[in-house]
Design a binder for this molecule. Structure first.
Ligand code: OXD
Length: 305
């Protein structure tokens, strides 16, 4: 029975909240979907969020379910009240991410990052192109985002392998465990990070990881800034061991104005845009999961602290 359940949307800024309220209202006809700023916190039973610190949910005493509109919920699960919470897995998000990964891998593969630097020096110096099949690409993570991204790269002709914590079947070879991590780092001329941020993956990409990567390799991070030890990455880029880093995520977001990444010639800074959650694409999946919860069934993609 879903009638009159109050679904609060708590996503900043206010225009985005309004967008989600509008789209979700169309799918959750039996609920009252509102901007949380317009109701008392104790009225909210279901909350739609991004990835805020879990402790901020404490102000909603009647909360029964939390649905994130983000794929990664690393902040949300810390300090959250003990109510079921789901992250978002939806074709709209997966497609955007795979497309972005393919775009950035192609840019690195065809030398566009290096040609941009040469342009700055007015340097006309063409290089022979390498076939995609001769380019080794590694994808860290083989979950809801990693597997489709690896598949898209494989379909584009790249020599792709992925890494997961435990062995998995897949359309590309999946290396696993500590040993597999060393192998994937050592083979990846282009390494794409799509891992979740957990205690096991925090600071995973440090000096020792970069040292294992082939000289001239490129790192693409579309997962979480917390995976990368920033000083070690700068060192690997400054020494010339790594050619480039394309970073869409950072330890601190927005990236502070005085951060060395902004002006580093080998770093491409992007403002967390790889797979933005667009209400128009994602409202059906968000609403369907809320309906599952309200009908007493187990929602999909539950996450735990
Ligand atoms: C994320 C997202 O988890 O944008 O970073 O969905």
């Amino acid at each position: 029975m879903t009638s009159s359940v109050l679904v609060g949307v708590a996503i900043d800024p206010a225009e985005r909240r309004a967008g989600w309220v509008g789209e979700l209202s169309a799918f959750l006809a039996g609920c009252r979907v509102v901007d949380v700023a317009q109701v008392e916190p104790d009225e909210v039973e279901v909350l739609v969020v991004g990835n805020p610190p879990g402790s901020t949910l404490a102000c909603y005493p009647s909360l029964r379910f939390v649905q994130s509109t983000w794929a990664g919920v690393d902040q949300l699960v810390v300090g959250a009240p003990p109510v079921p919470m789901s992250r978002l897995v939806a074709p709209g998000l997966t497609t955007l991410m795979s497309e972005f990964v393919l775009t950035t891998v192609l840019m690195a593969h065809r030398g566009l990052l290096e040609y941009r630097r040469r342009q700055m020096r007015a340097e006309w110096r063409p290089e022979a192109a390498v076939a995609a099949g001769a380019r080794k690409v590694g994808v860290l993570g083989f979950g809801a985002l990693g597997e489709p991204a690896a598949g898209r790269l494989h379909d584009a002709g790249f020599d792709v392998a992925a890494w997961a914590r435990t062995p998995r079947p897949g359309a590309v070879p999946v290396l696993a465990g500590r040993e597999g991590l060393g192998e994937i780092l050592a083979r990846s001329e282009i390494l794409v990070d799509l891992l979740p941020l957990t205690a096991a993956t925090r600071d995973l990409l440090d000096r020792s990881a970069f040292a294992l990567m082939p000289p001239g390799a490129t790192l693409i991070n579309v997962a979480r800034g917390g995976h990368v030890v920033e000083a070690d990455l700068l060192e690997a880029l400054d020494s010339g061991h790594l050619a480039d880093a394309v970073l869409d995520v950072f330890r601190e977001e927005p990236l502070p104005a005085d951060h060395p990444f902004w002006s580093h010639p080998r770093v491409t800074v992007l403002p967390h845009i790889a797979a933005p959650s667009r209400p128009s694409d994602l409202a059906p999946a968000v609403a369907a999961n809320i309906e599952l919860f309200l009908s007493g069934e187990e929602p999909n993609f539950l996450v735990g602290p």
